[in-house]
Write a new protein. Structure first.
Length: 335
C-alpha cells in the first residue's frame, strides 16, 4: 500500500518524502501538471498528475493508499487576497480528499495540515494551546478554520481516522521565504545600518525547524491516540527574538546588530504601507501584524499535548536548525 502526499513538491513535502523514503515507504504524490517533479530526487516516488480541486484525479491518487498526508494548500497570508483565493484549494481541496477517503478501503490515518493561523495570535501574551478559541485574523487563517471544521465533521460522521496539525512559522533546508530575513540581518550586522526589528527583543516567538515538524507529522500518524485530535507542533518552546538574532549572527560569523528601528517609526511606516497596499492592491513589505510579532508574545504556542500523547520530541535545536539552513542557503548562493 502507498502513502499519499499532497503538496509533495513544496518545502515541507520534500522533507517529508525524504524521511518516509528512508523508512522504506511506497510513496505517491498528487502533483499538478506544471509542478517541477525533478526537485524530488527519489526514483521510487510515484506521481499522479492532477489537482486536489479535481475529484477525479483525487480518486485516482487514492487507489491502493492507506495513509494520507494532506499538505497541499494556498498559504502566505495576504491583506488583499479574498477568502475565495484560499477556499478553492484549502477548503474544497480538503473536502475532495475526505469525500474520496470515505469510500476508500483500508485508510489507516489521514494527517491534515492546518496552521497556527487558525487560532490567530495570542491576545494576552500566553501560549496558545489546542483549547484556545479560533480567532483568525487573515483569510488564510479563516480557510484553515474551515479545514479543521471539515476534519471534525468527517471524523465524527464517517469515523475517518484524522489528525490535524497546527505548526507555527516553519523554516529550514529548502525554504526560500526566510532567506530575505537572514540576508537583511547579515547586511545590518556588517554595515552597521539599522535593522527594522523594533522592540526590546525579549518577547517570544515560535519557530519550527522543518525536520522537527516532519518527525512530529510521522509521530502523529503512527500513534493511535491522535485519531480525532488536533496538535500544535513547534520546536518545543518559543524563543526570544534576541535568541534568534544571536544564533543567526553566530552562524553568519557577524556581530550582533547594534542599531534597530524604533517601534513608533516601524508602526507608523507599516500603517502607511498598508494603506497604500489597499489602494493599489498589493501586499506591503511591512504590515502592523509584523510589528506585533516582533514586539510582543504574538505567535506563540504550547505543544505539551503532542509531547504527552505521542512523545513528540523535537531534536534539532535552534542553533543547529539555523546552521543547517544557512549552510544550505549559502551553498545555493542565496545568502
Amino acid at each position: 500500500m502507498y502513502t499519499l502526499i499532497t503538496g509533495g513538491t513544496g518545502f515541507i513535502g520534500k522533507r517529508l518524502i525524504k524521511k518516509l523514503s528512508a523508512e522504506g515507504r511506497q510513496i505517491k504524490c498528487l502533483v499538478r501538471e506544471k509542478s517541477d517533479t525533478s526537485i524530488i530526487d527519489f526514483p521510487d516516488v510515484k506521481f499522479v498528475i492532477g489537482d486536489v480541486k479535481d475529484p477525479v484525479s483525487v480518486k485516482l491518487a487514492l487507489e491502493d493508499v492507506d495513509v494520507i498526508y494532506h499538505l497541499a494548500a494556498r498559504a502566505h497570508p495576504s491583506l488583499i487576497k479574498p477568502y475565495k483565493h484560499y477556499e478553492e484549494v484549502n477548503v474544497l481541496g480538503t473536502r475532495n480528499i475526505l469525500d474520496t477517503a470515505i469510500s476508500s478501503e483500508g485508510i489507516k490515518k489521514i494527517v491534515l495540515m492546518s496552521s497556527i493561523a487558525a487560532t490567530g495570535p495570542s491576545r494576552d501574551g500566553k501560549l496558545l494551546n489546542e483549547n484556545s478559541p479560533l480567532k483568525p485574523i487573515t483569510n488564510y487563517g479563516i480557510s484553515k478554520v474551515e479545514v479543521e471544521k471539515i476534519a471534525s465533521e468527517y471524523h465524527k460522521k464517517y469515523s475517518l481516522p484524522i489528525v490535524v496539525i497546527r505548526p507555527p512559522m516553519v523554516y529550514g533546508i529548502g525554504d526560500k521565504d526566510w532567506v530575505g530575513f537572514f540576508k537583511m540581518i547579515k547586511e545590518a550586522s556588517v554595515s552597521g545600518k539599522s535593522l527594522p526589528i523594533p522592540g526590546s527583543h525579549e518577547n517570544l516567538f515560535d519557530f519550527c525547524f522543518v525536520d522537527n515538524l516532519v518527525e512530529g507529522l510521522i509521530g502523529a500518524e503512527k500513534s493511535e491516540k491522535t485519531i480525532g485530535q488536533t496538535y500544535f507542533l513547534s520546536d518545543g518552546r518559543p524563543y526570544k527574538i534576541s535568541e534568534i538574532l544571536s544564533e543567526i549572527t553566530k552562524s553568519l560569523n557577524t556581530g550582533y546588530p547594534k542599531k534597530f528601528w524604533p517601534k513608533w517609526w516601524t508602526m507608523t511606516l507599516s500603517t502607511i504601507l498598508e494603506g497604500i497596499g489597499y489602494v493599489f492592491r498589493f501586499d506591503p513589505p511591512l504590515a502592523r501584524r509584523d510589528v506585533k510579532w516582533m514586539t510582543s508574545n504574538y505567535w506563540v504556542c504550547d505543544c505539551t499535548k503532542a509531547k504527552k500523547d505521542f512523545r513528540y520530541n523535537p531534536k534539532i535545536s535552534l542553533e543547529e536548525g539555523i546552521r543547517r539552513t544557512l549552510d544550505w542557503a549559502q551553498k545555493q548562493g542565496l545568502v
